[in-house]
Ligand binder design. Sequence first.
Ligand SMILES: C=CCOC(=O)Nc1nc2cc3[nH]c(NC)nc3cc2c(=O)[nH]1
Ligand SMILES: [Zn+2]
Length: 368
Amino acid sequence: MFRFDLQHECDGARRGVFHTPRGDVQTPGFMPVGTVGTVKGLTIDQVAATGADMILGNTYHLRLRPGHETVARLGGLHKMCGWDGPILTDSGGFQVFSLGALNRVTEHAATFRSHLDGAKIELTPEHSIEIQQALGSDVAMVLDHVIALPASATEVEDALARSIRWAKRCRDVADRPEQALFAIVQGGLDPVLRRQCATELASMPFEGYAVGGLSVGETPEEMYATAAITTEYLPPEKPRYLMGVGTPRDLLENIARGIDLFDCVMPTRNGRNALAFTDEGPIKLRNAVHREDTRPVMEDCVCLACRHSRGYLRHLFNANEMLGPILLSHHNLMYYGRLMREARAAIEAGQFSEFATMKLRGWGFEPM
Ligand SMILES: C=CCOC(=O)Nc1nc2cc3[nH]c(NC)nc3cc2c(=O)[nH]1
Ligand SMILES: [Zn+2]
């Protein structure tokens, strides 16, 4: 059902294929975020055109609206959205701790109030798996206890230990061979705790391993160092997924540290806010400097935005037209998709560090 083929390694980076019942996921790969069953502003065909193999759905949001039973009655997430490739759903762990008005966390559950209507919801590991089974995703995530940084060593250790106990409870009820279950490594920024957590989870049977607890306000250097220490203790024959990451720089720096999969709202959220990613760094298209610029965002880009001028895109944003956010979201996802494709080719050619150095310098960074 699920198999990860590690094909090439180069300069710390890995090139592989994650085989799933609904299709292959080329790695390193980027997953567009379809929070409530839509990658905001784009049709599912436009998302497919960006080169994405797998998209992400948020359990927390779909549980609240339209409700996981409703999604099931609409034929499940794939049928409802029209995406017949692989879908990964998160467990709601992060949203509950970052979005929901969290009431309390006990050993039994994370109980929170809906940010929509204040309804009280008890999210247990078992209920999280039940929701993801109803959604019918191909990859489910364990429910983990995510804590906000900065946190005391005791808080980090307690959340880590609970996350491991919850991972076991998820594993016990995630019994469908057609749905993979990924564990999530916590441990804050502490190398010893990260090694402990990764080693403990690696001793249990999961189809993949996510690196959690990052991209929550730490510095890039802290993120890269923690990702590196975590992947060191994860099984090389399983995919590694760094959640909520990141900028183009973050993607390349973490690929060099053994990460295979990423998800982030950055390309779509920034696209909706007139920020376009380019090989010379991001540009803000509301700026007057673009007013009469006849050039596309990027000369050799085949996305829906780059058939127009920067001047036109600036005009659309200034006029608050719907089309601006749609076009730029498409460009940014195309940019991320192409960056992943180029990274995979560079690893195959044994040239990853040269590729990464060239890209990083274009964005104004030196390799870490
Ligand atoms: C989607 C994956 C499924 O993961 C969970 O349900 N739990 C979980 N999600 C996270 C999401 C994150 N986004 C960021 N930054 C934007 N950091 C994150 C960290 C976590 C985490 O530690 N756990
Ligand atoms: Zn473009």
